[in-house]
Design a protein around this ligand. Structure first.
Ligand code: MSP
Length: 530
């Protein structure tokens, strides 16, 4: 599955382009962390990778937000965008492209794409009547609304009645082609629950949707009728295409599509599934373009079991979280603790307990105490033990040897928690092995060779764990490698050349006699204030 297996093929992944109605919240951080981890995994595999994120800046919601603040929409967008960029830096997000829908080059791509769809006869003028949720930027069916015409996603907002002349996209024409797509490519929509949701929506019969608005300035004019403004979602989805342009490229579709298209994975939250799994492939079919590899819709985060929201006053501020606990801690908690695809919860006590147990105790202490012993018993060097001398059923060699394949298949399925659990299994086994073999007493008994063999096996297992977890906790992985005497940083985009998966994902890689770095706790235990 996926593109693992052919190392030289390119790999492109996107997060949604986030609305700039406010600073990023934990939901946007969650998608971005996950996309970053996948991108990093593919870099380890040695593939050329393009990780795309960005912002969705047009439409009524943004225009109103700017008006309420009394600032020009572009100034408002610029300000919020710098907040996004700041958070991604703090979270150690290694994105290759940051796509903004207000960029001039994006206008050229939208125009060219619209032209193709227009020439294909898929755009026509009509009349749109219905309930519109400005927060979703989406028309809602009467039957989907809560009592009092409230949007089920934005329960503090009333939907608005619209009755206007709009241009429509002929979605209904693509009914059969979409059904064929879902049948021919069963993993186009993941996980399975999301796929089923889409299938039953499509089964009800697809209706054309309007792609223009009147009485709205903040957006691109409709190329065939500049009195109208292009619907924000039509413009936003194309931001994925614009992102593929190299900085020096002329903004043409040909240039955008030359290297990275089709995108391998669109990572999104479940609330915007329809746009990505139904509207977007139909738009691409209309323009005659190949389709993306898959659309993965993750679940929603709650806090202490409750839906997060400004009105509930229980939002989780990602800036505060990362400032207090650091990027690796935040990344690890969300990817390890929540089964990707399902809803998940944040609870601070649980958060602290997980980090202390897995990162401070199991991983951090293991490395620290083993390094100290290697300092005393092995002259501060990796013991010169040949990995072939370990029997195949040696507990750590045995566990470590199959791990790379397990982790790789977990990453292919975006099963981050499975990848973490499998790797932590080796870490826990190493702790047990250390206690069982007690190298401190072996050393006292003068059993130098046995002592060295034990320490080698444990240090090698920590190395492998650090390596395989590096897409999730790149900072800690870099510290582990440094203390084991390697030069290199897991934030390098060419990491797959320096520490290639073909070798570093195997067990038995540590070179004997390599001088060790200074032993320092890689993750401080967190004390939760009462
Ligand atoms: N602008 C559109 C996307 C256009 S893509 C061409 C948009 N932006 S958004 O900022 O509102 O949402 C971005 C992402 O945040 C979505 O994937 C959404 O699912 C996610 N989340 C918003 N709240 C969330 C949680 N509470 N938990 C997890 N993710 C959530 O939609």
């Amino acid at each position: 599955m996926g593109s693992a297996g052919h190392q030289s093929s390119t790999f492109a992944i996107t997060t949604p382009l986030y609305y700039v109605n406010g600073l990023p919240h934990i939901g946007s951080a969650y998608t971005t962390i996950a996309a970053d981890a996948i991108a990093r995994f593919h870099r380890l595999l040695g593939q050329p990778v393009l990780m795309i994120t960005g912002t969705d800046e047009h439409g009524q919601k943004i225009q109103r937000t700017a008006e309420e603040r009394g600032v020009a929409p572009q100034d408002h967008c610029d300000e919020i965008v710098s907040g996004f960029q700041d958070l991604w830096q703090r979270l150690n997000i290694n994105c290759d492209r940051f796509s903004r829908t207000t960029a001039e080059r994006h206008g050229a791509i939208v125009k060219a794409f619209y032209q193709r769809v227009w020439e294909n006869g898929d755009i026509y003028a009509g009349r749109q009547q219905g309930w519109y949720c400005v927060s979703c930027e989406e028309f809602k069916e009467e039957r989907d609304l809560l009592e009092g015409h409230i949007c089920p996603i934005h329960t503090n907002k009333k939907v608005e009645w619209r009755d206007e002349n709009n241009y429509f996209f002929r979605l209904s024409k693509y009914q059969e082609k979409l059904e064929q797509l879902y049948a021919a490519q069963p993993d186009f929509i993941q996980p399975a629950s999301r796929r089923n949701e889409v299938l039953s929506f499509v089964e009800q019969g697809l209706q054309d949707f309007s792609i223009s608005r009147v009485n709205l300035d903040w957006g691109f004019p409709v190329p065939s009728d500049p009195e109208h403004t292009l619907y924000v979602w039509f413009d936003a989805l194309l931001g994925y295409v614009t992102a593929l342009l190299d900085p020096e490229d002329e903004p043409t579709l040909e240039n955008a599509l030359k290297q990275w298209w089709p995108i391998n994975i669109h990572l999104i939250g479940k609330d915007i599934l329809r746009f990505h799994a139904v509207y977007w492939p139909a738009m691409l079919m209309s323009a005659g373009l190949p389709l993306p590899g898959r659309v993965f819709g993750h679940g929603f985060l709650t806090k202490d079991g409750q839906k997060m929201g400004k009105s509930l006053g229980n939002t989780l501020d990602p800036f505060a979280l990362v400032d207090q606990y650091g990027a690796d801690a935040v990344r690890f908690y969300f990817l390890k603790e929540i089964e990707f695809g399902r809803d998940g919860d944040f609870n601070e006590t649980r958060f602290v307990n997980v980090l202390n147990a897995d990162l401070a105790n199991d991983l951090g202490n293991l490395l620290n105490r083993t390094l100290k012993m290697a300092g005393r018993y092995c002259d501060g060097k990796i013991p010169a033990v040949s990995p072939e001398t370990f029997a195949d059923n040696h507990p750590l060699k045995d566990k470590g040897s199959g791990l790379a394949e397990q982790v790789r298949s977990a990453f292919d399925q975006l099963a981050f928690s499975t990848a973490c659990e499998a790797t932590l299994g080796l870490v826990r086994a190493s702790n047990k092995y250390l206690d069982d073999t007690a190298p401190w007493s072996l050393f006292k008994q003068g059993k130098q060779a046995e002592t060295e063999a034990v320490l080698y096996a444990v240090l090698e297992s920590v190395r492998l764990a650090g390596y395989l977890l590096s897409p999730i906790i790149p900072g800690l992985a870099t510290a582990i490698y440094a203390q084991l005497g390697f030069t290199g940083d897991f934030n390098e985009v060419t990491i797959g050349q320096r520490f290639g998966y073909e070798t570093h994902s195997l067990w038995g890689v540590l070179p004997g006699e390599q001088p060790l770095g200074k032993a320092q706790p890689i993750f401080q235990r967190i004390e939760l204030e009462a």
